[in-house]
Design a binder for this molecule. Structure first.
Ligand code: NAD
Ligand code: MG
Length: 384
């Protein structure tokens, strides 16, 4: 019997990895909706290949191109933020939430409200909406499966265990492309250097987040919501080989870890097949070839983003949504050459300074906090 799937962010890095796995067991899946921001031609190509019911572009200006590319196929085409939400609300057995940024929040919430299974890669949505999203999951009886490799690792380590027995959850971080760089070198780091991740191939935004370590900060907040052990029990360790994807230590002193190749198809496969397993084409771990695994404490002087995220999670309320929005604005400005690499964290810190909006209690509240924080962050950017 086939299962239905929708992929929000089908043209991205996670979207491509997901479709690669779907392609290998084509008869097992029926594709409902595929979405993209503006890559109409690529989206249409995927919609044709996977015989999707519906293709949606977020950018309305791209609708004519999408329509033209889908002419005669019978595949429906739509555009705009409301169409994205409607696509997610069509309901599928599994929805892969792989849009980047808070732009993915509303469609992800729409999928959750259908009460199905949502495989979540879009960490910014959970960071911003935190309590609101988890409450919606509970209210609608949805299942949230973490796709982010660390959270998928933790999820696997927790299987069959009681979360009350957890002593520590340790998120591993590669340290990114600038691990070990001096403050002077960091100040001059270019967007091109920042997107060259040593271990993972990913979209531009998360690659920059890995370079600043904000990715690990966002993941700390993500873990706080997915695994309610209390933020004091969440730790970060730098592990440059990216072989161990995270660890859980229990009260008896046992530590479980999940290891695997640095290939997103492993955690995605785990979410697609959960609670079962499927084959992946990933190169198996070759431990003798890897030789050594090493660990070091994060350096929060050179990479202050994890400290900012920890402060935001402890402050709670609107702080994580403000942190995320400010970071999205700062990363976009860095990628556009408007600010220096080392100004990203500073601009996030300044946006968080002072009075914050009250704690969001609904999706609309979160979107309002996000919009407000973006305006504030934009005014606080300093020229490079
Ligand atoms: P990407 O930039 O490669 O792809 C993003 C996708 O979202 C594309 O399909 C794009 O068209 C779409 N999109 C972008 N802006 C949009 C908007 N405003 N409205 C609607 N759609 C929009 O990103 P990615 O690397 O695949 O990451 C996707 C998400 O998964 C991010 O939240 C990221 O943090 C998370 N994630 C990625 C990886 C990875 O290895 N790439 C690992 C863990 C988590
Ligand atoms: Mg991750």
């Amino acid at each position: 019997m086939s299962r239905s799937i929708s992929i929000l962010g089908a043209t991205g890095s996670v979207g491509a990895s997901t479709l690669d796995l779907i392609r290998r067991q084509r008869h097992e899946w029926r594709v409902v909706a595929l979405t993209a921001h503006s890559q109409a031609v690529e989206l249409a190509r995927l919609a044709r290949e996977f015989d999707a019911e519906l293709a949606v572009v977020a950018d309305e200006a791209c609708l004519p191109a999408l329509r033209e590319a889908l002419a005669g196929t019978g595949i429906a085409a739509a555009a705009g933020p409301a169409a994205l939400v409607e696509a997610a609300a069509r309901g599928a057995d599994l929805t892969l939430a792989a849009i980047v940024g808070c732009a993915g929040l509303a469609p992800t919430m729409a999928a959750i409200e259908q009460g199905g299974t949502v495989a979540l890669a879009n960490k910014e949505a959970l960071v911003s909406a935190g309590e609101v999203m988890i409450a919606a999951v509970d209210r609608h009886g949805a299942t949230l499966l973490p796709v982010d490799s660390e959270h998928n690792a933790i999820f696997q380590c927790l299987a069959g265990n009681d979360i009350a027995d957890v002593r520590w959850i340790t998120l591993t971080a590669s340290g990114g492309p600038f691990r070990g760089w001096s403050p002077e070198r960091l100040r001059a780091a270019t967007p091109q250097q920042a997107v060259q991740h040593p271990n993972w191939s990913m979209g531009a935004k998360i690659s920059v987040d890995s370079a600043t370590m904000m990715n690990k900060g966002l993941e700390l907040i993500e873990a706080h919501h997915l695994f309610p052990v209390g933020s004091q029990r969440l730790r970060i360790v730098v592990h440059p080989q990216s072989v161990i994807h995270s660890l859980v230590e229990f009260r008896d002193g046992s530590t479980l870890a999940q290891l695997g190749p640095a290939d997103m198809r492993v955690p995605i496969a785990s979410a697609l097949a959960w609670p079962r397993r499927i084959d992946t084409p990933c190169t198996p771990l070759d431990l003798p070839a890897i030789g050594q695994l090493s660990f070091e404490a994060p350096d929060e002087d050179r990479f202050p983003a994890t400290r900012l995220a920890r402060e935001a999670v402890e402050q709670g309320g609107a702080a994580p949504a403000v942190l995320n929005a400010a970071n999205e604005v700062a990363v976009a400005a860095f990628l556009a050459g408007q600010i220096a690499f080392t100004q990203i964290a500073g601009s996030v810190a300044r946006t968080l300074d002072g009075d914050l909006p009250r704690a969001p209690a609904s999706l609309d509240d979160v979107l309002a906090v996000d919009a407000l924080a973006r305006v504030r962050a934009a005014t606080l950017l300093e020229p490079a």
